[in-house]
Every structure is written in C-alpha cells, then in structure tokens.
Design a protein around this ligand. Structure first.
Ligand code: AMP
Length: 282
C-alpha cells in the first residue's frame, strides 16, 4: 500500500494508473471490520482502492467529541495492508482546508438537514459535505463506498452528488452495517465504552429489532415509547430520537403503510458516548 499525505502526490500517482476504475472509501480512522468490508467490496468492484483517513474538524458540533475521537493510525495501516488496500490518503487539515476552517461552502440540503442527526448536530452535514466534496475532487473516484450505519449521511452525500451533477460519473454503493456478534453496530466510538457499557449498548439493536418485529401490528408511538423504556432501563441516559421514517426520503411516518419502505433510526447516549444505529424494517 502506498501512503500519500498530499493531494499532489496522490494525483500524480493516480494519473499514472491510466484511467483504471477507482474505488474510494472515506473514513475518519480507528478502523474496524465495518470499514474493512467497504475496502473489500471496493477491491471486488474496482481496480484501484483508495481509502482516506481524515478526522474532519468541520463536522464536529461538539468540541469534546472531536478531541476524544480515537486515533489508532498504526493499527489502521496494518488492517489496510491486510485488506490489500492500494492507496491510503492521509492528509493534514491544511491540505484539505488550505483557506482555513471558516471559509466553508454552504450546501442546500433542504429538509435532510433539519431532521434526525441534522436537528441534533447543528452544521454537522454542512461539514460532511465540505470534506466529501473536497475529497471527491482530489480522488476523482468512479465508485464511492459508504456504510448504511450512517444512513442519513448516505442520503446527504447522494444529494451532494446531485447538487454537483456528478451522478453520471460517480456511482454510490451503500453496504450493510457490520455488527458485533452481540448485535452492536461496529463504530469507532465503541472503543470509548467500558465493557459494561458495551454490553448494555446492545440494547440499541434490540430496540430496533423490537420495532421491526412489531411495526405492522402496533402504533408507531407505542413502539417508540417501549423502545425508549428499553434503552433507559439499560444504561442509556439520554435519547435524541427514536424515529420511524420512509426509507426513501427520511420523512417521519406515524402509521404503517404497505406501499412504503420503512426504516427505524435511533440516537442515544450511554456514558459520554453518543451512538447511532438504524434498521430497514420491511
Ligand atoms: P467513519 O470512519 O465513522 O466516518 O466511517 C467511514 C465509513 O464507514 C462511512 O461510510 C460509514 O458509514 C462506514 N461505517 C462505519 N461503521 C460501519 C459499520 N459498522 N458497518 C458498515 N459500514 C460502516
């Protein structure tokens, strides 16, 4: 694997690859099997796989969350080598934001920015779009690989691709969430949980499964209430949302409809860690 720290080095390297299909996996590091599954799929579908590791300061609404974000670069490089990733792009903040962190682009994300993560994390998705647009302009991939774990982020990036009019040159592939045997969705933030919290954190998936098993039978408000009780009785002390939405457009739904695909999404705090997860219900 070749490690590039500057866009000039990366672009020079890619220029010599003669237009071979490039797959791109953007990450913030602290890699786990969820990230590696994206790399493996990119290896299958493209000729050159580029992974980026960049902890993007502009997408953190909580300064403490940014400061505490895990950094495990040696283990990350080892995992990427083992997965036969071709190129790791490891830029500095200055490389991505040469004009500083205050001159950012504003994107029209409409309703997507007002709900769920957008509602609870002010400007988070503006920061995501700023970094993803910059990375995509540098890497110029043919396929972008993202995880369903960040479902709303996938929708936001699809909107970014649409806004940039890149839909004819860039394919978006969304891969299923990789979980621990316990059901807990793998996440870089899980490393900040104690063993006890990690065990209790599995309740988030149990609550999603409970909603899935009952969403055609029970009112959505009673499902949300029961899921909330499950979380609060098992170590979660604050819930941002338990939401059942139309999976196509993320509009909240109040009742079951056989003509709509539904998704349940949860964001909740255990200890000082905010976890998110989701499950397609149909
Ligand atoms: P992050 O490093 O958390 O920004 O994530 C980088 C990419 O990995 C995003 O597309 C995430 O959705 C994806 N990802 C994170 N966790 C998982 C997981 N457990 N399963 C599948 N993809 C994941």
């Amino acid at each position: 694997m070749i490690i590039c720290k500057t866009k000039t080095a990366l672009q020079l390297l890619l220029k010599n690859k003669n237009q071979q299909p490039i797959g791109f996996v953007p990450t913030m590091g602290a890699l786990h099997k969820g990230h590696i599954a994206l790399i493996e799929e990119s290896k299958k579908q493209t000729s050159i796989t580029v992974c980026s590791i960049f902890i993007n300061p502009t997408q953190f609404n909580d300064k403490k969350d940014f400061e505490k974000y895990p950094v495990t670069i040696e283990s990350d490089i080892l995992q990427l080598e083992q997965a036969h990733c071709d190129i790791l792009f490891l830029p500095s903040v200055e490389e991505i934001y040469p004009n500083g962190l205050s001159s950012l682009t504003q994107y029209n994300l409409g309703f997507l920015e007002e709900i769920l993560e957008g509602k609870y994390r002010a400007n988070h998705f503006q920061g995501v779009c700023n970094v993803v647009e910059r990375l995509l302009r540098i890497v110029q991939p043919h396929i972008l690989f993202l995880g369903q774990k960040d479902y709303q982020q996938c929708r936001v990036i699809a909107q970014l691709i649409h806004l940039m009019q890149w839909q004819h040159t860039l394919k978006l592939v969304i891969l299923p969430t990789i979980r621990e045997a316990s059901g807990l969705a793998m996440s870089s933030r899980n490393s900040r949980l104690t063993a006890d919290e990690k065990q209790k954190a599995t309740t988030i998936y149990k609550a999603l499964q409970f909603i899935q098993n009952n969403f055609t039978k029970q009112s959505f408000s009673s499902l949300q209430k029961e899921a909330s009780t499950m979380l609060l009785n098992n170590g979660f002390h604050e819930i941002d949302y338990i939401s059942i939405c139309n999976a196509e457009n993320l509009q909240p739904t109040q009742t079951y409809s056989s003509s709509v695909k539904h998704i349940a999404l949860i964001a909740a705090f255990i200890g000082s860690v905010r976890l998110i997860d989701n499950l397609l219900l149909d």
